[in-house]
Design a protein around this ligand. Sequence first.
Ligand code: PEP
Ligand code: MG
Length: 313
Amino acid sequence: AAAAALAGYRGPGTTRDGVAVKVLANVQDGAGARAAVAAHAEGVGLLRTELAFLGRAEEPSVEEQARGYAEVLTAFADRRVVVRTLDAGSDKPLAFATAPDEANPALGVRGLRNARRDPGLLERQLDAIAEAARRTGTEPWVMAPMVATVPEAAGFARLVRERGLVPGVMIEVPSAALQADRLLQHVDFLSIGTNDLSQYTLAADRLSADLADLTDPWQPALLELVRITAAAGARAGRPVGVCGEAAADPLLACVLVGLGVTSLSCAASSIAGVGARLATVDLDACRRAAEGALAADEPQAARAAARSVLAVD
Ligand code: PEP
Ligand code: MG
């Protein structure tokens, strides 16, 4: 039955009782976007623009960038596409953007912080996204990674709106989650990056196998920050998505929906599993599963609480 449900998922994402939850794809280029269309993604929740340029010595031209982004926008014309500006630095160094020789790159100049050293790099990328939008007649959403403060969000939003695009920020740093209400006075949506939010909340390197229990996306402290962020979105009437690995776990996806998240974005290969599971649960059960997970002291207990409410194995 589970296999049949997987094969049968065609979107759109919805709970059994009919609450819409967009199930979107994380992609890195046009080919990935076309694969996501085939997997019945409702759109792109995270276009990781830096991944196309990892091996490059020089910054790609505005024209080259515009062509690449337009491929993704074309694949999902009329549907949501969230373009993330370059998340250079830390685990994804770009030769043309990244500060060299930092003692602690995860806490260093990465993501939006690169604009402190080189504002032109961000502005040229936004120009390229705006050009891709113009060519394809689409309205992409644009978000910044590694935002920590309200002024950062406000400054980014201004640059994005100047180009007629829709601004948002990623919630990857605890300070941003705690100030989600205020960030939403400047941006139109939030997207929670649970990979980094767990790294920064638990102070544990996301790449360390020795610390994987700390960066487990079921850590109740991480779920609490998701709850705070989603509640801010609900108060403001703004969408709040999750685009980290947490969204790819079907059981955790239900908990995230119970915490108030309005979209989930994951690898194309995970979409059917998440969509099929959501279709079997009611919102109220998701909320009770979320309460149980939040009340747990550690990830295993959080999983067990969600499993028992949602009656799955
Ligand atoms: C995240 O941090 O959860 C995220 C989606 O961004 P990335 O994995 O690319 O850092
Ligand atoms: Mg991240």
